[in-house]
Design a protein around this ligand. Sequence first.
Ligand code: CTP
Length: 469
Amino acid sequence: MNEIDFKNKLKGLLFIPAAMQIAKEINVEVYIVGGFVRDMVLGRKKNEIDFLVIGNGLEFASKYSIALGISKIDIFKNFGTAHFRYNDFNLEIVGARKESYSRNSRKPDVTVGSFEEDIERRDFTINTLAVSLNEETFGCLIDTYSGLQDIHDRIIRTPIDPMLTFDDDPLRIMRAYRFASQLDFKIHESINDAANILRERLKIVSRERVIDEFLKILSSPAPSVGIKLLFYSGVLEVIFPEIANLSGVDQRQDYHHKDVFLHTCQVVDNIAGISNNVWLRFAALVHDIAKPQTKKFIEGTGWTFHGHEELGARMMKNIFRKLKLPLTKLEYVEKLIRLHLRPIALAKEEVTDSAIRRLIVSAGEDLEDLITLCRADITSKNMEKVSKYLDNYERVMKKVWEVEEKDKLRVFQSPVRGEEIMKLCNLKPSKKVGEIKSAIEDAILDGKIGNNYEEAYQYLISIKDSFLD
Ligand code: CTP
């Protein structure tokens, strides 16, 4: 294992000398602990730094912030923690504590502890590494639980019995799988066992924290690593049962359908390979979510999932509410689910411009994302099939570009606006105005008239009487 020169690395950080100075002045020991040390070893950049103070952490924090010329500092007396920003860095200061948690909440009962007591109640061995900022031992690594070896072996383990670690704070179950997914580390078997036993305790954790970890899993290089770990430990069933339910294959006569859960994992990884947009990844995760409810065996045809795209889209509102997902993303995800089968239906040679126009208008500015999802949805192992399907999408996109070139449809709305319809037809704001506007839009989409004001106006004059009778 390569020796890491922490002394040199820390010297490059402008705020370190002041921390050492204040520690000496008020006679406390100070260490940098947790994620920052872990990420230094891994060569990852991190701008959040945790200082562990053996002694009065709050006194250290306030003197330290003054020494750095910082006036804005957040102090959480009950937790014995403080936080302030210094340039691009977030500095978190905590006094050493032994934590005991009450069974029904994540709020710890904090009492002052020693260095050892603090370190043993941390989540994973890779997060227990500490580097000294004390004069005599500056830059020395304290590695009580072989965290360095675990980073080297790429494994997530808890410093003490995981049953205790997770019982203290059930969110750590999510964190274990999140770190495994982000770093592509293995999980020690004892963690899976404890997670399985204690998974219901995740219910005492706020939905926001759980989903925050889940979205970090989705943002990782290959999200399927974390999603499968969640599934096989039984945790997914508790936090997102609709995705866990996608698992399983039915066989009747010679027909079986592929395991939708494994297919979904593959689609999410495919998207992750080309896009960092976490909501596109989320849409991939849920695109087949209604397959279990719509699954039907039809004699002679086999398995069908008729209407799963519409039902899936309609399930989203509840899922977003339940999981406390940002409602601003709801429409985007609904749209991608609802439309995910549409492009393939348009790959046929004889498809009309009108059908292509409708796709352009329905998908709007998300058309590229939709096609990305459709391409990622091809998970066949048969290369011939894959290339045929990809060609199909290529063809659809070509048609889209041709029609777009002609019509400039992407931000489509009727060139004749509601006000003008009301004036010309002598109408008050009403359903009828909407109907007339839709008729004009349909005529454009069907190619009866061009997408311009003059033709739309003439068309309005020609149809208005039929609406007013
Ligand atoms: N920690 C813990 N249990 C938690 C959260 C945090 O024991 N539920 C400890 C770990 O030692 C962790 C440190 O507190 O390293 C800082 O926590 P945090 O900033 O949340 O995580 P990091 O490990 O720094 O990693 P990341 O920023 O990726 O979340």
